[in-house]
Design a protein. Structure first.
Length: 153
């Protein structure tokens, strides 16, 4: 099973969208193995967005991501990274298809309500950045046999 990090950004928290977005992941069959609310520091945001720190819009990212607490979670499932990225939609929400989280709940590139890991390497680093191993819970939902074929694909 693959794990991925999801962040409900301040734009989701402030607008009261946590429940609606979370429901989509659960209905798809992804398993929540860790979840918490936190206020992110500039230090951790500079680490998380290290690839964007030198870009002229980085101050907007800082302002946006510190506007309120966020909800962080680790989701698990077969091809979880790809599945979550498909559910979230294009980064620029105006280009996100209807039916995706960003397509339905957002109109912005920055205020796009959600972050999702983009690769296995990013997911591993991001999960470790925001969660300690003892915060991740290993369990098997009773519905697992109804989600996956016997070969797990």
């Amino acid at each position: 099973m693959q794990q991925t990090l999801v962040i409900f950004k301040p734009s989701a928290v402030q607008r009261g969208l946590i429940g609606q977005i979370l429901t989509r992941f659960e209905q798809k069959g992804l398993k929540i193995v860790a979840m918490k609310m936190a206020t992110l520091s500039e230090e951790i945001l500079r680490e998380h967005y290290a690839h964007l720190v030198d870009r002229p819009f980085f101050p907007f990212i800082l302002a946006s991501m510190t506007a309120s607490p966020v909800v962080l979670m680790v989701l698990e499932g077969v091809d979880a990274i790809k599945v979550v990225r498909l559910l979230t939609g294009a980064t620029n929400s105006r280009e996100a298809l209807p039916g995706t989280i960003r397509g339905d709940f957002s109109m912005s590139g920055q205020e796009n309500v959600i972050h999702a890991s983009s690769s296995p390497e990013d997911a591993q680093a991001e999960v470790a950045r925001f969660f300690t191993p003892d915060e991740i819970h290993h369990w098997t939902p009773l519905m697992t046999p109804t989600l996956y074929s016997p070969d797990g694909k």
